[in-house]
Design a protein around this ligand. Structure first.
Ligand code: SF4
Length: 238
């Protein structure tokens, strides 16, 4: 699975100007997951990530390149939750090392979707997430209680990593949080590209003709290595 590799590389280049804080995944430092969505009322909120018109971005990239995801870890670019004093721009990115996705292309695509959907099943305590799949935004309301108890991105990232590992295809996870304003606006553009790849995969699996000259998806296939090969490979098998 190489479709998202160029996105992972470009994202790292985008963030390269800042040294992140980095924590290896440690099950002893995972913030409690309540197992169900929790309502954090505005009056109980300390601040919001990606709230009040701040930029927000969220995307997931799956790769089978061991070199791109070397270990389970959490990276933070910007301030940690205990250091924030008000609403900020926010991005959460997940880079997942998968096993070689076997079976036909449709099964591989479904496996990617299942890995992406893990984000809807992680419920850190005092950390209310609202996701907009149309705009690729992820907005989070932090409760005052969670902040007083010392919630951190290390613990929240740990909860996500534990969630991703419930999927049998996921071998390693690099979870990246960004609270740096300028970077998030750029990452929102990257999130659109990732969404474009996923939509193109959907259309390919719906069986569109292999006529690149009249295909609306050509800009994406021109940019993403492996997409065209995938479509023509599927056609050859039919
Ligand atoms: S390979 Fe060609 S026909 Fe297939 S989706 Fe890409 S541009 Fe369209």
């Amino acid at each position: 699975m190489e479709l998202y590799d160029s996105i992972i590389t470009a994202t790292r280049a985008l963030l390269a100007g800042t040294e992140p804080r980095r924590w290896d995944y440690d099950p002893a430092h995972v913030w409690r997951d309540t197992g169900e969505s929790e309502l954090v009322m505005l009056r109980d909120a300390a601040f919001e990530l990606g709230g009040s018109g701040c930029a927000s971005a969220n995307f997931t990239c799956v790769t089978s390149s061991e070199a791109l995801v070397e270990r389970d870890e959490v990276l933070l670019y910007g301030k940690d939750l205990g250091e924030l004093k008000g609403d900020v721009s926010f991005a959460r990115l997940a880079f997942l090392l998968s096993d070689e996705l076997s079976g036909d292309d449709e099964a591989a695509y479904q496996a990617i979707r299942d890995m992406e959907f893990v984000k809807y099943h992680v419920f850190p305590e005092g950390y209310m997430v609202r996701i907009s799949s149309e705009s690729n935004r992820e907005q989070v309301r932090l409760s005052k209680t969670a902040v007083a108890r010392g919630v951190s991105f290390r613990g929240i990232g740990g909860a996500y990593i534990a969630g991703y590992h419930k999927n049998p295809h996921v071998r390693r996870v690099q979870l990246v949080f960004v609270t740096d304003n300028g970077a998030v606006a750029e990452l929102a553009k990257t999130a659109k590209k990732v969404d474009g790849i996923t939509r193109t995969l959907t259309h390919i699996l719906e069986g569109i003709p292999t006529d690149c000259g009249s295909c609306d998806l050509k800009p994406i296939c021109d940019e993403v290595e492996g997409m065209r090969e995938m479509h023509f490979g599927m056609r050859a098998k039919q």
